[in-house]
Design a protein around this ligand. Structure first.
Ligand code: A2P
Length: 339
């Protein structure tokens, strides 16, 4: 079996750790692995497949003997280094927002548009979508194929791990401070995140939506290949460490019963339906999402206020399916079918 040299960029971060762990877990055909981060971390050790490997400095790395680059070190880093890596012959799967909206860069969720991976040849870069979009699109795809989706109203309940390691520490620290009765320090988030909900993810845009909300609009259309889909999101950060949840309200082109939707979703790739109409018969971020691979769908019901409405509750691990796992699924298809 052919093996590949793989670089993980941002290897010391929350997503980077998951990339290394999932590569090993899924037995990705790795020949040499390179863990890269900033010069601050160069020389540190990170774990890969039961071994300790040394972190290298991205700024000094030559990609010419590396076939796959998994980038998750922020948009600015990807802007500078992904084109350099691609020019050296490395195919980049980029987990940042840097290239997602460029026409000649494919934006891929394998369950929805794996065929787009073929277009990696134009720039040598494939974009991995935003975490909240990925899990929603996995659930929307079979419904869109069956009856067509006109409009999506969605409210997200997003974990702090999506912001990165410093945010996980801030939630931890604030929670301890509050329990101890001491004062709370806000550095990563503009308001207290512990025991709170912040209707604000990423920067504010001119239209009053946040960038995280607009990512859900732009990316859903690009991935499903349908610019007519209307998306109206509100994205909210909540004090969950890992695992995003979403209340998704669909307006369909033709009616679909809850039972029909349940069957469609149950037969679709990547989805686990968990929908018992009783106490605890639904997925949650902590009990199902965190540490697992599926997109869980529950609370499937017809909208009592709309003749073609359907409601879903969608849960997934934002660091895995929302980031690292999706990137690695793309890389698996790349090495199996294209390079
Ligand atoms: P470092 O630890 O050296 O700062 P998170 O989103 O969890 O905070 O992780 C961000 C990741 O991006 C880390 O691995 C971080 O490495 C990496 N990173 C940040 N700035 C740079 C840079 N200038 N060059 C390479 N990697 C960087």
């Amino acid at each position: 079996m052919r093996k590949f040299n793989v670089a993980v960029v941002g290897a010391t971060g929350a997503v980077g750790e998951q990339l290394l762990s999932i590569l090993a877990q899924r037995d990705f055909p790795v020949d040499r692995i390179h863990a890269l981060a900033s010069s601050r971390s160069a020389g540190r050790k990170v774990g890969f497949a039961g071994e300790e490997i040394e972190v290298g400095d991205l700024a000094e790395f030559d990609f010419s003997n590396t076939q796959i680059g998994l980038f998750s070190a922020g948009a600015g880093i990807s802007k500078e280094y992904a084109p350099k890596a691609a020019a050296q012959g490395c195919v980049v799967v980029d987990n940042t927002s840097q290239f997602r909206y460029e026409d000649d860069i494919p934006l891929v969720v394998p369950e929805a548009n794996a065929g787009q991976i073929a277009d990696y040849t134009s720039r040598g870069i494939i974009a991995n979508p935003n975490c909240s979009t990925i899990q929603m699109v996995v659930a929307l795809k079979p419904i869109h194929d069956a009856v067509g989706i006109e409009r999506v109203n969605v409210a997200t309940y997003q974990a702090v791990s999506g912001t990165g390691k410093e945010a996980i520490d801030e939630l931890d620290q604030q929670t301890r401070n509050i329990i101890d009765g001491s004062s709370v320090n806000c550095e990563v988030y503009p308001k207290q995140i512990a025991f709170n909900a912040l209707p604000h993810i990423d920067v504010f845009m001119d239209n009053g939506y946040t960038k995280e909300e607009m990512k859900m609009v732009w990316e859903t259309r690009k991935i499903l290949g349908d610019d007519s889909i209307q998306v109206n999101p509100t994205t909210v950060r909540i004090p969950v460490v890992n695992g995003h949840s979403e209340a998704v309200h669909l307006e369909l082109k033709a009616p679909l019963s809850a039972e029909q939707a349940k069957q469609l979703l149950a037969g679709a790739p990547g989805i686990q339906v968990m929908d018992d109409r009783k106490d605890g018969g639904y997925p949650t971020a902590v009990t199902e999402g965190d540490g697992t691979d599926a997109v869980y769908v529950g609370r499937i019901r017809e909208d009592i206020s709309h003749p073609r409405g359907l409601n879903l509750w969608v849960v997934s691990d934002n660091l895995r399916k929302g980031a690292a796992l999706n990137s690695i699924q793309i890389a698996e298809i790349l090495v199996r079918e294209y390079i």
